[in-house]
Design a binder for this molecule. Structure first.
Ligand SMILES: Nc1ncnc2c1ncn2[C@@H]1O[C@H](COP(=O)(O)OP(=O)(O)OP(=O)(O)O)[C@@H](O)[C@H]1O
Ligand SMILES: [Mg+2]
Length: 1043
């Protein structure tokens, strides 16, 4: 099967190839399996019940379909509703939407979708919203009273419904009118296995609170009611209690008063309670069987509920009054008849209640008479029915469908023809099956089946269903669409499926065999007058109003119209209504018998497709041209197929289309150019166009891709190139800048040097070379000057003993400072020396000599330093006697003193006077005036002296001299330092020889007898005046202890 681009199967069956049932089914199945439940046949929508909530409804989808034209989006009920609504609003054409299909095919759901779409897209406003709300809320109320669970549909509408929604010129809803058809009232008293009574009974029992139940004299358990199917009280997925609240709320929204709601519920409960009225057989005295009510309580309660006399009610249920012009005859009814009467009453009450509710709703939603209205009718009516046992109901239903098919064919053809005419295309006659003959068979005023049924019902004499059948056989023995056992026999046909009490009609959708049993009864639809009169007598206003014929004043002997006649006339009104409007079709299909999602039973769908005349539908649509489209969208879609129209076309739409189709060299028979539309005869041509478009699209896509890729690469390359140039220019610029900066800096440096050099050269003459050195020298000098001047002004004292000297202020002056200090010191000393007298000089020289000899060596030296050397300690100057001791020697006595001479033999001492002259040392006994010993200074070999404080000393004599024979002199002097100093100087002066002065504590003394070693020892606790004690230790040692 060729597919149109982007669609699953074909979205429009007009394009189906080949046009046979099989491909039609396959297409529907393919789409159904892909959750595409809607398919078009032109502007007809086929809807296959998905039995699941699909995500294709709601505000966003409504918004989408509102903005697009019919064929632009996927097939949808919204698209159809949109076309209808827009045509109504913009073209002022009344619309009708015909929804047909089997029970459970989704008609009611479809009608709700249409209503909700229209409600969503039409204008908004407080008043409008309340009208919309009322219209929408009529659904739950009608569904509660008119729908029931059947084996085919859990929410099956048991009545036909046509609803006119009326709009003002702006397209805002004003209100509406609902017409209902043929409520299945037999359901009130009896239901098939697995089915339920009308929803309202269950909703009432489940949803009413205890108080309400009590007021209605009901009990909650459904099993307590004979009219409610015992084994089926609940339906899966249905919440009766909450539905009850919804219904009550909906009634309030529509405008039912509290009182009205109560009354409706009372009548409903009356029906339920009637079912529980049990009739029992009784026997009259004359032996004729009669009947009576078995349990008086039930009938009593009914009486209380609706204000009836229970006895009267019992009488009305169990007897019948026959009234002729002259007399009234009351006959008792047997049990069967009484039960029939009871059930007939229940059915009548309920169906009248239903009609009353519809009228009450109409009252609320009706539009004022003066206003100019546009109308959109929505017909949700039972589809073609073929049951196992088809009765009067199926007969009228199928009649209705036959009529609808007629409308459909006529209107479609008419529409087709009108379109051809509008577009200026010659109309070619279309061959199609005209079901007028079947409609005629049923509805002909004199010779139609319905007319004959009425005639039979009215005819005096014995009337039965079989007499009726016999008449039919007689009448239609030659009719091509009528069959029965009799006609078959006449034609020697053997058909076991045909019963004796049956007749068969060849409907457009197939043959249906009807059983005539109870045709007469059902057509009569009579309620005994006693019952209607009793009902009229009730004090209950609603119940009373339901039976106006019970009013004796209005009682007429004229029979009410039969059910068939009523139905026929309402169908006629409906047809008239539909013919006056622009039709839109929704054909609903049930995909399986099990209310299961995803299951597609081809056989079942095939049957429905046949009933619905889908193929017929396609054929009619394709009779002339299969496809048509306005020039503009056609040009838009296919202009890419011709070089003249692609990519730009500046001419008119029609010329453009002609160009495209001319370029494709399509046969002229295939095409017809209308005024605004192009017509294409066969789907093949359209598929060819589509295929060409697909190929061309691929080419164009490749071209776009190619161009795009090229463009992308080019721009990328250009961008890269530009970037590269930019980068390199920046880089080069930067490099040059850096180089230039370097060059500039170098040039500046060189310049600076050259300028400096030049300047220096020019200015050199203005500077003395070596100025720095000069400056440095100057600074140095000035520092030195400052230092020296400072020194001069702050010279330390000239006291030789004061050795203070200011520190050098700079390191560099340290050496100079030291030298200056020494100079200063020497200068000070010189100054000191210069002021000394020769005598003082001599004294100091002596002191100096003593220092050189003994300082640091002899312990008594320090004591000797401050004491001036007197030289004469014996008073020599004034003592001539002592002067003589000196002999004749010239010169002064340098030293005169009393010394002690140590004896070698015992170590004892003896005093002697010692004189020192310039040439001699003279020793004299103190008592004698003659010199005892004179020692020439040249004979002195040396002197030994101790280091201690004592005055012991030894004069070593040269052995070669004559004096030496006496041996050395071991003497003790109190002024040993002075003596020996003077002696040393005298020796030096006299002999120019330095007398060796040895400071030692152990020395040897040469005596005449031999040498003795003198050992000097420091005794204990010596004070300043040392005392000697000499002790001889052996012959050669003398130990001297110094205290
Ligand atoms: N478009 C839909 N989307 C989802 N479920 C649907 C749709 N249409 C129908 N159904 C399901 O199918 C059930 C039967 O649909 P509906 O009552 O509309 O059938 P009907 O044709 O009115 O039958 P009847 O003639 O018995 O009244 C609905 O209760 C719902 O569950
Ligand atoms: Mg329905």
């Amino acid at each position: 099967m060729p597919l149109l681009e982007g669609s699953v199967g074909v979205e429009d069956l007009i394009l189906l190839e080949p046009l046979v049932e099989e491909s039609l089914l396959k297409n529907l199945q393919l789409r159904y399996e892909n959750k595409e439940i809607y398919t078009y046949i032109g502007n007809v929508v086929i809807s296959v019940n998905p039995y699941q909530q699909l995500p294709i409804y709601g505000p966003e989808f409504i918004a989408k379909y509102r903005d697009y034209t019919f064929y632009e989006l996927k097939p949808h009920i919204y698209a159809l509703a949109n076309v209808a609504y827009q045509s109504l609003r913009d073209r002022d054409r009344d619309q009708c939407i015909l929804i047909t299909g089997e029970s459970g095919a989704g008609k009611t759901e479809a009608s709700k979708l249409v209503m909700s779409y229209v409600a969503a897209v039409c204008a908004k406003g407080e008043e409008v919203n309340s009208v919309k709300e009322q219209l929408l809320q009529s659904n739950p109320v009608l569904e509660a009273f008119g729908n029931a669970k059947t084996i085919r549909n859990n929410n099956s509408s048991r009545f036909g419904k046509y609803m006119d929604i009326e709009f003002d010129f702006k397209g805002s809803p004003l209100g509406g009118v609902i017409t209902n058809y043929l409520l299945e009232k037999s359901r009130v008293v009896k239901q098939l296995k697995g089915e339920r009574n009308f929803h309202i009974f269950y909703q009432l029992l489940a949803g009413a609170d205890a108080q309400l139940l009590k007021a209605l004299k009901l009990e909650q358990d459904t099993r307590g009611y004979t009219y409610l199917n015992q084994e089926m009280s609940r339906v899966d997925g249905m919440d009766d209690a909450s539905s009850f609240r919804v219904v009550k709320n909906a009634m309030t929204v529509i405008g039912f008063s509290e009182e009205e709601i109560r009354q409706v519920l009372e009548v409903t409960s009356l029906v339920l309670k009637l079912g529980n009225v049990e009739v029992a057989s009784e026997f009259q005295a004359n032996g004729i069987s009669a009947s009576g009510i078995r349990d008086g309580k039930g009938i009593q309660e009914i009486g209380e509920l609706v204000g009836l006399n229970s006895e009267e009610l019992e009488k009305a249920l169990c007897s019948r009054t026959m009234e002729t012009a002259k007399e009234k005859v009351v006959t008792a009814l047997n049990v069967i008849q009484a039960q029939y009467a009871r059930d007939a009453l229940a059915k009548n009450i309920y169906s009248r209640l239903f009609n009353w509710i519809v009228n009450r709703i109409n009252e609320s939603i009706k539009v004022g008479t003066g206003e100019k209205k546009k109308v959109m009718g929505v017909l949700d009516i039972y589809g073609f029915e073929i049951l196992e046992d088809n009765s009067f109901e199926q007969f009228v239903i199928n009649y209705c469908n036959e009529k609808l098919q007629q409308v459909f064919i006529e209107m479609t053809l008419k529409e087709e023809q009108e379109e051809y005419k509008r577009e200026g295309i010659p109309w070619t006659k279309v061959d199609y099956f005209d079901n007028g003959i079947i409609c005629n068979l049923i509805e002909h005023n004199q010779r139609g089946i319905l007319a004959m049924l009425d005639e039979e019902c009215l005819r005096p004499g014995v009337v039965s269903d079989s007499t009726f059948l016999a008449k039919l056989n007689q009448q239609f023995s030659k009719h091509g669409h009528y069959e029965s056992k009799v006609t078959q026999n006449a034609q020697h046909q053997h058909d076991r499926t045909m019963g004796l009490s049956c007749f068969r009609i060849c409907h457009y959708a197939g043959k249906v065999t009807y059983n005539v049993t109870s045709f007469i009864d059902k057509n009569n639809d009579l309620l005994f007058r006693d019952l209607s009169q009793t009902m009229w007598k009730a004090r209950h206003p609603l119940l009373r109003s339901l039976f106006p014929e019970g009013d004796p004043k209005q009682a007429s002997l004229k029979r009410p119209p039969t059910a068939g006649a009523q139905f026929k006339s309402s169908v006629a009104i409906l047809m008239k209504n539909l013919y006056s409007k622009n039709p839109n079709y929704i054909r609903c299909i049930k995909p399986n018998e099990h209310q299961q999602r995803g299951q597609f039973s081809s056989d079942l769908v095939a049957t429905q497709a046949r009933y619905l005349g889908l193929l017929e539908n396609v054929r009619v649509r394709r009779a002339g041209y299969a496809h048509r489209q306005a020039y503009k969208p056609f040009l838009e879609r296919y202009r890419l197929l011709s070089r003249s129209t692609w990519p730009h076309w500046n001419g008119g739409d029609r010329e453009g289309v002609e160009k495209i189709l001319g370029d494709l060299s399509l046969s002229s028979e295939e095409l017809a150019f209308g005024k605004t539309k192009i017509f294409i005869r066969s789907p093949k041509t359209l598929f060819y166009l589509e295929e060409q478009r697909r190929l061309r699209l691929q080419q164009l896509a490749t071209l776009i891709q190619k161009t795009y890729r090229g463009w992308r690469c080019r721009t990328h390359y250009q961008l890269m190139r530009k970037s590269q140039i930019l980068i390199s220019s920046w880089f080069r610029g930067n490099m040059q800048k850096k180089r230039y900066g370097k060059m500039k800096a170098s040039a500046l440096l060189i310049q600076a040097f050259v300028r400096g050099w030049k300047a220096r050269k020019n200015y050199r003459k203005y500077f003395r070379s070596g100025a720095a050195l000069t400056l440095a020298n100057f600074i140095y000098k000035s520092i030195a000057q400052k230092f020296l001047l400072g020194l001069k002004n702050n010279l330390p004292s000239t006291n030789v003993l004061d050795d203070k000297w200011p520190a050098a202020p700079y390191k560099c002056f340290r050496t100079a400072s030291e030298e200056l200090r020494q100079l200063f010191y020497q200068w000070k000393c010189k100054k000191f020396r210069d002021q000394l007298s020769p005598k003082q000089v001599e004294i100091l020289r002596e002191k100096l000599c003593a220092s050189e000899l003994f300082r640091g060596k002899k312990a008594s030296y320090p004591q000797s330093v401050p004491i001036p050397f007197r030289g004469d300690y014996i008073g020599l100057q004034g003592n001539p006697k002592l002067q003589k001791l000196k002999g004749g020697e010239e010169g002064p006595v340098l030293m005169a003193e009393t010394v002690k001479k140590v004896n070698r033999s015992n170590g004892k001492t003896s005093s002697r006077i010692l004189l020192l002259t310039k040439g001699h040392v003279i020793l004299t006994d103190t008592k004698k005036s003659q010199a005892k010993t004179v020692i020439g200074l040249d004979s002195l070999a040396g002197v030994s002296v101790t280091s201690l404080k004592d005055g012991l000393f030894n004069l070593h004599l040269n052995e070669t001299t004559s004096v030496a024979s006496k041996g050395d002199f071991l003497l003790v002097s109190e002024h040993v330092v002075e003596l020996l100093t003077k002696m040393y100087r005298a020796v030096l002066d006299a002999t120019q020889r330095q007398l060796p002065v040895t400071v030692t504590d152990k020395f040897s003394v040469r005596f005449k007898e031999g040498s003795v070693t003198v050992q000097v020892i420091q005794g204990q606790g010596g004070d300043g005046n040392s005392k000697l004690s000499c002790k001889k230790k052996g012959s050669r040692c003398l130990e001297v202890t110094v205290q």
